[in-house]
Design a protein around this ligand. Sequence first.
Ligand SMILES: NC(=O)c1ccc[n+]([C@@H]2O[C@H](COP(=O)([O-])OP(=O)(O)OC[C@H]3O[C@@H](n4cnc5c(N)ncnc54)[C@H](OP(=O)(O)O)[C@@H]3O)[C@@H](O)[C@H]2O)c1
Length: 337
Amino acid sequence: MYTPSASRYAGTMTYRRCGLSGIQLPVLSLGFWHNFGEVTPEDQSRAIARAAFDMGICHFDLANNYGPAPGAAEERLGKMLRDDFRGHRDELLISTKAAYDMWEGPYGTWASRKHLVASLNQSLRRMGLDYVDIFYCHRYDPATPLEETLQALTDIVRAGKALYVGLSRWPREAAAVGYDYLRSHDVPCLIYQGRLNLFDRGVTDGGDSSVLALCRHEGVGFIGFSPLAQGLLTDRYLDGIPADSRMAHDPRYLQASALTPARLESIRRLNAIARQRGETLATMALTWALQQDGVTSLIVGASSPQQLVRNAAVVNSAPLTPEELQAIEAALQAAHT
Ligand SMILES: NC(=O)c1ccc[n+]([C@@H]2O[C@H](COP(=O)([O-])OP(=O)(O)OC[C@H]3O[C@@H](n4cnc5c(N)ncnc54)[C@H](OP(=O)(O)O)[C@@H]3O)[C@@H](O)[C@H]2O)c1
């Protein structure tokens, strides 16, 4: 039997307003991409989600296809909502997504109205929910008219199946069209979700014409995913590949080939800078990402409650100074030499 901590909003987490909306998000949100599928013991998933909630991390990020098997993470959350978080639904901001491969045939993927609506209905059933807080189009679909996708998102909100909508991984130009369309249909886009970490800053490319700058300009929130580069930006891989690491036991999206000698050298140098600051590399990597102008929250993954607790230290971490930022750039260059 789990009783949520009575002090869950008493200071561990801090919150930032999501664009121009009424929603505030914890600076760290919990992602369900890994560690919530059938391959992970249920007790482990529960411990992570409970630790998050106990720290005031009240935003859980899911997608139709998170598993394995696809759909398993939503089913597991559904179970936890019934067992652990019963009575706390209104404290939780739950997001899900559709547009990646989910079922056989032409309607099981991409961003047609048919796929988005059918997929969300399935997600709601798996989680045992009447509505999600945020429904994302998980990727831009070049073959479906943008208006069809955007009108489907609008109608999903009007039908009460989602409170807000978001776009994930859309190119800047398509996102700009999306923001206009959604605003003019009285369903302003709440949030954009894109990858953001020290090794991958595509969303900041182009300065004033970047994806992140567009969010700022349009009053749309930004949530960064994989801020630790799936664990590379931690001390996990400094001395080899531990047997219990993602790279060793679930290399679907993180293979040993990502750990080149040059990349490892960068990680070592970054780790040294973090130690000089008196913090872990993970904390410094999160501090860097939260320091990017326009970022509302970061979706972290965790394979244990302890990782989450350690990463929450970011809340008290000092901003990176210009000198430290310079040293970080130099450390990153090592990966290219
Ligand atoms: N929109 C999209 O297309 C998209 C794509 C990807 C992800 N996402 C979202 O973003 C979320 C997070 O992605 P992610 O899991 O790649 O995030 P991440 O935070 O970059 O990586 C998380 C992993 O890093 C390791 N880790 C975390 N804290 C650590 C610490 N203090 N010390 C050592 N290792 C630590 C753990 O891996 P170990 O297993 O090695 O312990 C953990 O599972 C996903 O769950 C999903 O919600 C969205």
